[in-house]
Design a protein around this ligand. Structure first.
Ligand SMILES: [Zn+2]
Length: 98
């Protein structure tokens, strides 16, 4: 279920040391989603927006994930599991008429 090797390698890269048991458990408990970025193939993680999910009535629900200069649309099911991932072809800003 959890790609533990991702948790470990990220902590090692970030802190330059082996993670403690506590660090791994904390990361997993925080509701972080791990995945391979379908654009640049790097291992990435993002935080499940738990507050925003409280009032959701219909699933799956899309979450826009920005990674570097590209955008992904990740769909979460009612168990907050990753149901699907799409790559946005562009990230553009909506502007209102003045
Ligand atoms: Zn990427």
């Amino acid at each position: 279920m959890w790609p533990l090797e991702n948790v470990f390698s990220t902590i090692v890269e970030t802190h330059n040391s082996l993670p403690t048991y506590t660090q791994v458990i904390l990361l997993m408990a925080e509701g972080l989603k791990w995945m391979q970025c379908p654009v640049c193939k790097e291992s990435i993680y993002w935080e499940v927006p738990k507050d925003s999910l409280k009032d959701v009535k219909r699933f799956p629900v899309p979450v826009v994930v920005k990674h570097k200069d590209h955008y992904l649309v990740c769909y979460l099911d009612s168990h907050f599991q990753l149901a699907d991932t799409e790559i946005a072809i562009a990230g553009v800003e909506g502007k209102e008429k003045k």
